[in-house]
Design a protein around this ligand. Structure first.
Ligand SMILES: Cc1cc2nc3c(=O)[nH]c(=O)nc-3n(C[C@H](O)[C@H](O)[C@H](O)COP(=O)(O)OP(=O)(O)OC[C@H]3O[C@@H](n4cnc5c(N)ncnc54)[C@H](O)[C@@H]3O)c2cc1C
Length: 297
């Protein structure tokens, strides 16, 4: 077992992640000390063969960087070194991206999704929102094919256990749909998992709906229901498909009233900007019997 390397200050994204990379380092260090004392090998889940590591950065090349819409890019990465392992992560996990340019070094979190199609041959993709003056998001959206990037992960605290909950209610805003799309996929692709999923998805406008085709296809599953809410409509010729549940207005807390009563077998997942997360959590805290059943991403 190798001694873990202490992360630098800039390796933390300062977003309050659970676990933070410093927690991971401390855990590894404890295991390493135990290993030195006992001389025995330690059963180490972290170091299982994964093409990305929680403990150090791995180089991935950009294999595709395309606009998903005017607000987002979809970027696909691949480890091109010979014999590299498959990259894996749990639904809901995130990776950390290391930015280091013009004497500025920092880290940002992004949520991996399956690299979209076979032809791309990527290890993972991310959907990046372009923030005006956003340091790392702008840099990522400007990356070219072949550029090298540094990533570490996976990190996360969410575990989906089939049939543990009767309903999983998801409330997403913008790129907050990324962790949920992987969780939805996992549940719907397991025919023994009877969990019902109810998704509320808030988007800025009709041409910024992420995973629109996937969500529409999931509609055919008996245990998946969704509604999309738009803050504005930007195209005059916007057309919904047959029974596509797109609402041309914002989501309001009152729309959650229909789900009452909330019971212990409900889990609520919320992923959006901090203000969005807090406002839904504040309301749900008073309604949900078990606060631990509300998970913020
Ligand atoms: C666990 C986790 C997973 C994430 N996954 C993704 C993902 O899959 N895709 C993605 O695009 N982003 C994701 N993010 C957000 C991402 O890490 C960055 O915060 C984001 O890309 C902005 O970084 P920046 O350097 O471009 O912006 P900065 O230079 O730090 O900020 C520029 C401007 O953007 C505003 N801003 C920055 N972040 C946000 C925000 N989250 N909400 C509202 N305004 C903001 C700031 O107020 C500022 O005005 C995730 C964050 C966390 C904690």
């Amino acid at each position: 077992m190798e001694k873990p390397v202490e992360p630098a200050k800039e390796d933390c994204c300062n977003s309050g992640c659970n676990p933070c990379i410093f927690d991971i380092y401390e855990r590894q260090l404890t295991k390493y000390k135990k290993h030195l004392e006992s001389g025995q090998s330690v059963n180490d889940n972290i170091l299982q063969k994964n093409g990305i590591s929680q403990l150090k950065y791995t180089i991935f090349n950009v294999v595709k960087n395309l606009p998903a819409c005017h607000l987002h890019n979809c970027i696909t990465f691949k480890n091109v070194s010979e014999g590299s392992n498959k990259v894996w992560w749990k639904p809901g996990d995130h990776f950390l991206y290391k930015f280091n340019e013009d004497n500025i070094a920092c880290t940002r979190a992004y949520t991996p999704i399956e690299a979209k199609n076979e032809q791309t041959e990527g290890d993972f993709s991310i959907i990046v929102k372009k923030y005006e003056h956003g340091l790392v998001s702008t840099h990522l959206c400007n990356l070219n094919e072949g550029d090298t990037t540094l990533w570490r992960g996976p990190y996360g605290h969410y575990e989906h256990e089939p049939n543990k909950f009767n309903r999983i209610i998801m409330i997403a805003q913008g790129t907050g749909i990324s962790p949920f799309i992987t969780i939805i996929n996992k549940i719907l692709n397991n025919e023994d998992d009877m969990t019902k999923i109810i998704l509320f998805y808030c988007c800025k406008c009709d041409n910024s709906i992420l995973f629109r085709d996937e969500l529409y296809a999931y509609k055919s599953y008996w245990n998946f229901k969704y509604n999309i809410y738009l803050s504005s409509t930007s195209t005059t010729n916007f057309v919904c498909r047959y029974q596509e549940p797109i609402n041309k207005h914002k989501l309001m807390i009152e729309y959650l009233y229909n789900l009452k009563p909330f019971v212990k077998s409900d889990q609520i997942l919320i992923c959006g900007a901090p203000i969005f997360n807090e406002s839904y959590k504040t309301y749900l805290k008073s309604e949900v019997p078990d606060i631990d059943n509300i998970v913020l991403f």
